[in-house]
Ligand binder design. Structure first.
Ligand SMILES: Cc1cc2nc3c(=O)[nH]c(=O)nc-3n(C[C@H](O)[C@H](O)[C@H](O)COP(=O)(O)OP(=O)(O)OC[C@H]3O[C@@H](n4cnc5c(N)ncnc54)[C@H](O)[C@@H]3O)c2cc1C
Length: 455
């Protein structure tokens, strides 16, 4: 490992990207200070600047493995706090017209609320890394620029200096705008307009709900239909999120919300809603676009500064990839800092190239599937129509073939590359199994020449 030489880092934002970035940087610098504008709660409750924390947050297996490695003992803490360990076999998935055959991933996943995950990671970070501190109610106003590099940040007029500033302030970061005003090039933005709308309710979980099974997903990505997720969280509760796209917004009035759930191809969520005690009203969230800032294409960036997490790539949440994508980016940052050191002018370029490679996979999975809906607009990855036609067959094959269902789950969990579903042996398996699907509905013909670029 390279010498630390008293190096320091500041992380802007204590969301999931900020926490894992602080963890990674703590291996490479002497002192990491996380600055967070919210007051951070002691309890596992939603906070003002992370409103998405009220909705179902599934941590994919790839993200879970990274967290497990960085924070030994984290999952014991989560279970103690009421998180529910799930085998993939505990997941019932209705997709493309029928239920998937159940398969396993070979290990347990944790199901909990986003606030519980964030609080537990925060506690572990502070307990395990003595060189990390978190200051809350500290909103960063500006980056300090000196001699063409970022030398720190300003909070309420006070200067905080560091060799490296990592911007993890989320989708609406303003620090790239500041850099653009100071004469640095602004990154190109790719935006895929899908207009995802969520409606969420938290209700009591009874042991006989779902016949004792632990999680349910209903979706239809290759047809862009309504979706629903019901996952267990601490306190014997279900978090139920239903959603749709392009202006089809789940109602907030409870009976209408239940009707919306009733319109899903599986009745289970509506049945649970009909008899459950609700702990919350229906909570709404809208996200107009998946958005990626192409920082890897920047010709010039100031030394002493990197940006990651949702600030770089904010994905349609129905694919559950945001936290795992942030963790993968943080890992790439660790590799780049190990190579160049935190203050090197070569750091940002190398990190952005590494991070672009890891973000490409979730971006293509999300954007590709979103373009199955003809109303989606924006820069469409090449060959998407063809891939989506094949994906429809894969999803139908998942109704009967355990090997296809398992590999699909591995790809969705970012444990395997999408190409692994396209080897000749797998294609043969998929085509044969898709014909045995009980769903019997083929994907409609691909719409043509219908898209306008997203604004
Ligand atoms: C409805 C919805 C559902 C989702 N579901 C899932 C899911 O199931 N699985 C999944 O993996 N991902 C999911 N995501 C994505 C996930 O929430 C994010 O990808 C993940 O939280 C990483 O975000 P982040 O840390 O980069 O940004 P954020 O979570 O937005 O955190 C940014 C932090 O920076 C702080 N901050 C901002 N500005 C400043 C400033 N000037 N000074 C100091 N602090 C500042 C904010 O207060 C906040 O704490 C979902 C997203 C949405 C919208």
């Amino acid at each position: 490992m390279r010498e630390r030489n008293g190096a320091t880092a500041i992380v802007i934002g204590a969301g999931m990207a900020g926490l894992v970035t602080a963890r990674v940087l703590s291996d490479h610098v002497d002192r990491v200070t996380v600055l967070e504008r919210d007051r951070l709660p002691q309890d596992a409750v939603t906070r003002r600047s992370v409103p998405q924390g009220r909705h179902a947050h599934v941590l994919l297996a790839r993200g879970q493995r990274l967290l497990d490695g960085w924070f030994p003992g984290l999952f014991d803490d989560l279970v103690q706090a009421g998180a529910v360990p799930l085998d993939a076999k505990d997941l019932v998935w209705h997709q493309a017209g029928a239920y998937r055959v159940r398969s396993d991933l070979g290990f347990l996943a944790m199901s909990m609320s986003r606030p519980l995950l964030e609080r537990t990671v925060r506690e572990r970070l502070l307990r395990q890394r003595s060189n990390v501190s978190i200051t809350d109610e500290a909103a960063v106003d500006r980056l300090i620029l000196e001699g063409g590099r970022v030398a720190g940040v300003r909070v309420d007029g006070a200067e905080h200096r560091a060799d490296l500033v990592a911007d993890c302030s989320g989708r609406n970061t303003r620090f790239l705008d500041q850099l653009a005003k100071e004469g640095f090039p602004a990154p190109e933005v790719s935006a895929v307009r899908v207009d995802t709308a969520y409606g969420t309710r938290i209700v009591r979980r009874r042991p006989d709900d779902l016949d004792g099974t632990l999680a349910l997903v209903v979706d239809d990505p290759t047809r862009g239909h309504r979706m629903g997720t019901m996952v267990p969280v601490e306190g014997d509760r279900w978090i139920i999120t239903v959603g749709s796209f392009h202006g089809d917004v789940p109602p907030t009035e409870p009976d209408e919300y239940e009707d919306f759930a009733r319109s899903l191809p599986s009745p289970v969520i509506a049945d649970v809603l009909a008899r459950a005690d609700a702990f919350t009203p229906v909570l709404s969230h809208r996200m107009p676009t998946s958005r990626r800032r192409r920082v890897e294409r920047l010709e010039r960036t100031p030394p002493g500064f990197v940006v990651l997490g949702d600030a770089v790539c904010s994905l349609n949440p129905v694919h559950w990839q945001g936290m795992s994508s942030a963790a993968l980016q943080a890992r790439a940052l660790g590799q780049a800092v190990e190579r160049h050191g935190p203050a090197s002018p070569a750091l940002a370029g190398d990190f952005y190239r590494r991070a672009a490679k890891v973000v490409d996979v979730p971006w293509k999975i999300a954007a590709g599937a979103d373009f199955a809906d003809p109303r989606t607009s924006g820069p469409e990855p090449t060959g998407t129509d063809l891939v989506n036609r094949y994906l429809d067959k894969v999803l139908r094959a998942c109704h009967t073939s355990i090997p296809v269902a398992r590999q699909t789950l591995r790809v969705q969990n970012l444990l395997a590359r999408p190409e692994s579903l396209m080897t000749p042996a797998m294609v043969l398996r998929v085509l044969l199994a898709a014909r045995r699907s009980p769903a019997g509905v083929e994907m409609p013909a691909a719409p043509s020449a219908r898209r306008r670029p997203a604004a």
